[in-house]
Design a protein around this ligand. Structure first.
Ligand code: GAL
Length: 496
């Protein structure tokens, strides 16, 4: 109980941005691989996060130690075999380009395989165009859900009037409710006009970047958050196809259990992954369906809907088929469990292939999640311009790299996501990227925003949602989870 309430407190603090006192152990700066080395994460276990940070720990130095990024030449980074091959043309400055000098500090939580290579690619473009400007890579690993530790440090910096030149943030509610409504960001309408973004970003993404008619960030990608990843050999061994329904998955799970291995990998050392699995279940055709799921945030679907209880009951049925140590495994380590044949599948976002490729592992497949055919839950990573940055020219030049065709083509190849730009050339991309892009661009696809990855609901609700499901997979109490979700929905002003 103590552990749970501490977690809850940590989440609240993180959301309020005063959690820098609790991130002591996990606040390690990212290491950036040099152009001639294999990336830091390749082949080595990803950093493990602390299981439950408590609000009583001693404060640590709030800011991460900045790491100066080297200047990898675009396309020249040595990469592990799993990625396939991507060759970039040299990046060229458009006429009238003003190179920046001084320093560019960038915040992100990109410290895992795939993420590091993708970020380095963008840094490579920036450095080629701004050779006199030093990049300070303030990537911070770990924390609750996506980027918990980074978000906490960033909040302190933003509130203290010491913003980095730019930072990673999800489009939608995470962007608006963290900093835009509070007046902490510059509108980017001039940049959008100068760079012609209105013509190359999908209208829906521009809307998710815009508040009161003005855009506030530049999207670099589209991640699908609800994909079933599987170890091909493990399914083959038991003669199974990737399950298309939860019943099929449960039948496969029994066969895997007989072999002494887990079915679904879950990394719940801190809240987040179980909530992501739960949102995937909830939006499935047999539960709320995509329209019903969207309605949860528009007042058309009540949070008292019995399908939500059904979804909790299904999640309870899946728990015995998780890796048994699911409450102490972190997101980085879960990928190793699948590589090492300890679990056969995961429902996770498409940053997963980036991690697997970075470990040289290619023996995996992907499919719609059970009950989720044609439903594309998504998030989009973006960068904006805080008010009062020290080096505005560098910040603008960084945003231009993030929004550029050259930048997005290389970045997304490594990241596993697809470019936000509609004019990107995907011919060098993997089958996975092409599969995702086909679904994203199919007019019949049901696109829905992820709660856990910031798009669909405000951060305070996201925290409550993740906490409720984390407690649920710990205690398995359906009634209590239902009440916690109802309370969270009421507090957020949703229909109950
Ligand atoms: C998501 C983010 C991705 C990836 C992932 C894992 O929220 O959008 O870019 O970093 O978290 O950390």
């Amino acid at each position: 109980m103590q552990r749970v309430s501490n977690r809850r407190r940590f989440l609240e603090l993180a959301a309020m941005g005063v959690a820098t006192t609790v991130i002591a152990a996990a606040c390690a700066p990212a290491s950036v691989s040099s152009p001639t080395q294999a990336p830091a994460a390749a082949g080595s276990p990803a950093p493990t996060q602390p299981a439950a940070a408590t609000a009583t720990q001693a404060p640590s130095a709030a800011a991460p130690t900045p790491t100066s990024a080297p200047a990898p030449a675009a396309g020249a980074t040595a990469t592990p075999s799993g990625f396939g091959k991507f060759t970039a043309q040299p990046v060229t400055a458009p006429p009238g380009y003003t190179p920046a000098t001084g320093k560019l500090e960038i915040f992100s939580w990109w410290t895992s395989g795939g993420e590091v290579e993708a970020l380095n690619y963008l840094y490579g473009d920036f450095k080629a165009l701004n050779p006199q400007c030093e990049i300070v890579n303030s990537a911070i690993t770990g924390g609750t859900a996506s980027g918990g530790n980074m978000k906490a440090v960033l909040q302190t910096r933003m509130m203290g009037g010491d913003p980095p030149e730019s930072f990673q943030i999800h489009l939608g509610h995470e962007l608006f409710d963290s900093y835009v409504v509070a007046g902490k960001m510059e509108p980017l309408d001039t940049l959008y006009a100068d760079e012609g973004y209105d013509k190359v970003f999908p209208k829906m993404l521009i809307e998710l970047a815009s508040y009161q008619g003005k855009p506030y960030s530049v999207p670099c990608n589209i991640h699908r958050t609800n994909v079933l990843w599987y170890n091909t050999a493990m399914l083959k061994d038991i003669g199974a196809e990737p399950p298309t329904t939860w019943d099929e998955l449960l039948a496969i799970a029994e066969k895997l259990k007989a072999k002494g291995v887990g079915t679904l990998g879950l990394a719940e050392s801190s809240p987040g992954p179980s909530a992501q699995l739960f949102e995937s279940i909830l939006m499935g055709h047999s539960f709320l369906g995509p329209a019903g799921y969207r309605g949860l945030f528009t007042g058309e679907t009540s949070w008292s809907d019995p399908k939500i209880t059904d979804a909790l009951n299904l999640l309870a049925k899946l728990i015995p088929y998780f890796n048994p140590d699911y409450l102490s495994v972190s997101w980085g380590d879960i990928n190793d469990l699948m590589i090492n044949r300890k679990v056969a599948m995961m429902v996770m976002g498409d940053w997963t292939p980036g991690v697997l490729w970075s470990k040289g592992f290619n023996d995996f497949g992907w499919a719609d999640p059970p009950d989720g055919k044609g439903i594309y839950a998504f998030t989009s990573d973006s960068f904006g311009l805080p008010k009062g940055v020290k080096n505005r020219q560098a910040a603008i030049n960084w945003l231009k790299v993030c929004g550029s065709k050259h930048g997005q083509e290389g970045f997304n190849f490594y990241k596993g996501s697809i470019p936000a730009r509609t004019d990107a050339d995907l011919s060098q991309y993997t089958d996975y990227h092409k599969w995702a892009n086909k679904l994203w661009t199919d007019p019949k696809t049901e696109i829905v925003g992820s709660i856990v990855h910031g798009v669909a609901a405000k951060p305070s609700f996201n925290v409550d949602f993740q906490t409720a499901i984390n407690v649920f997979v710990t205690k398995k109490d359906v009634t209590a989870a239902r009440e916690a979700l109802l309370k969270a929905a009421k507090d957020a002003g949703f229909k109950t």
